[in-house]
Write a protein that binds this ligand. Structure first.
Ligand code: ATP
Length: 516
């Protein structure tokens, strides 16, 4: 099945099975805003727990905070967001559609990269085991031409961004004959800057009210609390502050389901280090964060780093971790070496010292910062798109059937086990209820006694439940039950007393954390 069809199917699957609903759907929804349903919220909480524990539990020098969404408006002046948190936008005059000019250019580059990849795949098939990709890239004229184009666009793009030259950005779009995907024309407006922050008023009267912003990132709540945490926690450098919370951006183009939302959640950790050591820590966190993603078992080939060529003015190194979504490799997490920029800015704007006294060096300085910043919702999309599968299942009578299954990592699955009495009589429901009564302190359990066992299995597969426990008449005789595994569909008989150990061995978040 084409990747995009698959994507559409799992978007409707997410709705049908209580994972994600459009916000205020009865009023036809609100663009790029979504609600998490009964299973979605559990999966989201498990993702957050995996992240939080990997930061705060596994690192004695990382602590968490929970800062408010509203902050003093000067925060956003100091951080640069009021003046520079902009996206360049451009409209197509024929389709009346609005685009991010930088995204149009990046997509154009990605298309040329795809051409290169297709050439390589063709050559691989032709030459087989003797194929030397490096040599092929260096000598094939078509690839060299494509690479030249990419380098040319990249060079001009970086220069235009560095000079904040909107006319030059437009010229790249014109020169490369980039067309509107809807109208197919090149009838573009000028490029304009658009600030992404939402604002509102705080205070009861309009005269006394002041303009406040809904935070566009959680990081600033950490920076302004740097000294509070350092002093009250008696933290010594290097140390980190972690936070999970909502962020808001008035995105120009909000597409691709929960990939780009106007209200979303971030998990950010700012790691404060001695100046001069930041690039070593940057490498360390790059490695650690990639391991965190890959430990989920979705295949190492589906991840890559995208090192930034053009750095923000405050950064001296930056990379994205990209995951291969059904619509291509896209950023899930950013790792940035932000120097001492943010703390220094807050020091200047607030007039309060943001320094750390280093007892070993006997001097005070503003620490440098490494940031790891990941979107909860994008992580959710990674997990659920990697887990969604439609597959053929052979039945005992030789015929086959289709099943939709969410092969979620067991530790993240919303429901860990479903308990099912074979029939609704002979005391079987009571045994099922007793099992749940015992296991519900440890696991999220579900009771299901409707329809045939086959249908019940399919329902649980569709929400990703790793274990189904069936109670039958043999249970009455020897206290044994059938345990069926979601992925292999293998069933075995075990004693009820063994259930807790068998299940915890698979579903505990410890298993994931131990791999880090
Ligand atoms: P993009 O280039 O995709 O707009 P960004 O580079 O602006 O992302 P950051 O400011 O570095 O993103 O934010 C860190 C993380 O927050 C991103 O890697 C992403 O996972 C998440 N994120 C950012 N914007 C959104 C959004 N609009 N919706 C959902 N998640 C987001």
């Amino acid at each position: 099945m084409a990747q995009e069809d698959n994507f559409k199917k799992f978007v409707s699957h997410c709705k049908e099975y209580g994972y994600i609903f459009p916000s205020s759907e009865i009023y036809d929804g609100l663009s790029a805003v979504y609600d998490y349903g009964q299973y979605g919220v559990e999966l989201k909480n498990n993702i957050k727990k995996y992240w939080w524990d990997s930061m705060v539990l596994l690192n004695s020098n990382i602590v968490g905070i929970d800062a408010a969404i509203f902050m003093h408006p000067t925060t956003w002046k100091a951080s640069g967001h009021v003046d520079a948190f902009n996206d360049p936008l451009i409209d197509n005059k024929d389709s009346k559609k609005r685009y991010r000019a930088d995204v149009l250019i990046e997509e154009h580059i990605a298309k040329i990269e795809e051409k290169i990849n297709r050439e390589i795949e063709k050559a691989k098939a032709r030459f087989g085991a003797t194929f030397d990709e490096k040599k092929f890239r260096e000598t094939n004229q078509r690839i060299l031409d494509c690479q030249l184009k990419i380098d040319d666009v990249n060079g001009k793009f970086a220069e235009a961004l560095n000079n904040s030259d909107l006319q030059a950005i437009r010229q790249i779009i014109v020169d490369n004959e980039i067309v509107c995907p809807i109208s197919g024309t090149r009838n573009w407006t000028d490029v304009r800057q658009f600030n992404l922050m939402f604002s509102t008023e705080m205070g009861s009267t309009s005269e006394g009210a002041s303009k406040v912003y809904l935070r566009p990132e959680t990081a600033q709540g950490i920076f302004v609390n740097f000294l509070n945490v350092q002093k009250t926690g008696r933290m010594k450098l290097p140390f980190g502050i972690a936070q999970i919370g909502k962020a808001f951006r008035n995105e120009i183009v909000a597409r691709q389901f929960i990939f780009r939302m106007r209200e979303f959640e971030q998990m950010e950790m700012q790691f404060f280090v001695r100046p001069g050591t930041e690039l070593d820590w940057f490498r360390e966190w790059k490695h650690k964060r990639m391991k965190w993603h890959q430990s989920l078992g979705f295949g190492s080939d589906n991840y890559r780093f995208h090192d930034h060529v053009k750095l923000a003015h405050y950064a001296n190194a930056a990379t994205d971790i990209e995951y291969k979504f059904p619509f291509g490799f896209k950023e899930v997490e950013g790792i940035h070496s932000r120097t001492d920029y943010d703390l220094k800015q807050h020091q200047e704007y607030s007039g309060k010292k943001m320094q750390y006294f280093d007892p070993e060096k006997g001097e005070s300085y503003v620490p440098y910062v490494i940031e790891t910043s990941i979107g909860v919702d994008r992580m959710f999309l990674q997990v659920i798109s990697a887990s969604y599968a439609e597959e053929e299942v052979k039945k005992e009578d030789g015929t086959s059937d289709m099943r939709t299954v969410l092969r979620l990592p067991e530790c993240l699955a919303p429901v860990k086990l479903a308990v099912m009495p074979l029939v609704r009589k002979d005391g079987l429901p009571e045994i099922a209820e007793n099992i749940i009564r015992d296991l519900r302190f440890d696991f999220n359990c579900q009771y299901d006694d409707k329809d045939s066992i086959g249908k019940r299995y399919r329902r649980q597969d569709a929400i990703g439940t790793p274990f189904c426990i069936t109670i039958d008449h043999q249970t009455l005789e020897d206290d044994s039950v059938t345990i069926r595994r979601r992925d292999s569909m293998i069933q075995e008989r075990v004693k009820t007393g063994q259930l807790k150990d068998i299940i915890s061995e698979k579903v505990s978040i410890r298993n994931l954390l131990k791999r880090l």
